[in-house]
Design a protein around this ligand. Structure first.
Ligand SMILES: [Ca+2]
Ligand SMILES: [Ca+2]
Length: 336
């Protein structure tokens, strides 16, 4: 029996529609997994208007592709991977419980910019990505700040983080915070943490999370270009890992500007880039002791890698002395 023209048209239309649906299904399943090394930045978010940083955002494959209705999973208002967060493609804002990661403050953008530029010097920026965990918005105190920070650590622990940059902290220890840092230790995830900017001895006034006695937590102080301790930087012997440059550091500001900022936050970002690189190089044989030895040998590693040294990079004194000898080397801090 021959098909009528009307039927033929319908047949063609159905065929085309079927192919379209199949193609959509195929595309929905063809989601590229994130293969870059995941650095979690727990901070004020990131400037999404910055095209350079935007390319560095990690992609959560569970929120990529299309859902069964053909809508993008990243914007469908559903928690497609069932991790408890809706449309968390690049991270999460615990500040306002949303996936809006826009930085209104500038701190997170600067920190991300430092990590980016350090990795770029190694020509490795494409091997790393940023998982953005926003926990505060301005310097105004929020009663939810610690809670948001703890939730950020929890998210990192449960969502494929490989290193955490924590350029913040406070003078009170917290059980939940320590719990999640321990979970991160079990997963071999280093946490680079700022020692604080109040010129205080952290042996007497411990600053957390840098101050927890956990081997995966690295306490970072800030150094001047002359490789002395920055006047504002906290210091201490009990919990101190190393110093990195933290004075007048140039990196991205908001709205594609450049900003010069000083702080143990900036030093921590420098340290994060370096440790991320070392962990990345040793992913299968990762060991804390090895890592710390590698830190000491950083300059040699860098020279070998690049053959030609980058004076600016080395002048920035990426890694300084190590452990307690470092404090002695730089002398006792002055009160101001
Ligand atoms: Ca989700
Ligand atoms: Ca979704």
């Amino acid at each position: 029996m021959k098909m009528s023209t009307k039927h033929k048209r319908l047949h063609k239309w159905l065929l085309a529609a079927t192919i379209l649906v199949l193609l959509q299904l195929l595309l929905a399943h063809k989601v590229q997994a994130e293969t870059r090394f995941v650095i979690s930045i727990i901070d004020t978010g990131i400037d999404l208007k910055n095209e350079t940083l935007k390319k560095q955002l990690c992609r959560n494959e569970g929120e990529m592709g299309r859902d069964k209705n053909g809508n993008p999973k990243s914007t469908n208002g559903m928690d497609d991977d069932g991790n408890g967060y809706i449309d968390d493609l690049h991270g999460w804002s615990f500040f306002d419980k949303s996936n809006d990661l826009q930085d209104q403050h500038g701190h997170g953008t600067h920190v991300a910019g430092i990590i980016y530029q350090e990795l770029k010097q190694l020509k490795l920026e494409n091997e790393f990505c940023f998982q953005v965990l926003k926990y505060y918005n301005s310097e105004t105190y929020s009663p939810h700040l610690l809670q948001a920070s703890n939730q950020s650590l929890k998210y990192a622990a449960l969502n494929k983080s490989q290193l955490i940059n924590y350029s913040g902290g406070g003078y009170a220890a917290n059980k939940e915070e320590e719990f999640w840092l321990r979970q991160l230790a079990h997963k071999n995830i280093p946490v680079m943490a700022a020692m604080g900017n109040q010129t205080l001895d952290t042996d007497q006034f411990p600053f957390y999370p840098a101050g927890y006695d956990l081997e995966n937590v690295f306490a970072i102080a800030a150094a001047t270009p002359e490789q002395t301790r920055a006047p504002f930087s906290n210091y201490g012997k009990r919990k101190f890992d190393f110093m990195a440059p933290g004075v007048h550091i140039k990196a991205f500001g908001l709205n594609n500007s450049q900003a010069y900022l000083s702080g143990t936050s900036q030093a921590t970002a420098k340290a994060s880039a370096m440790v991320a690189y070392l962990v990345y190089q040793n992913q299968n044989t990762f060991d804390w002791k090895d890592l710390k030895t590698n830190l000491k040998n950083w300059r040699q590693i860098y020279s070998r890698l690049n053959k030609k040294e980058n004076p600016e990079f080395l002048d920035s004194g990426f890694i300084q002395k190590y452990k307690t000898t470092q404090v002695d080397a730089f002398g006792e801090p002055s009160p101001n």
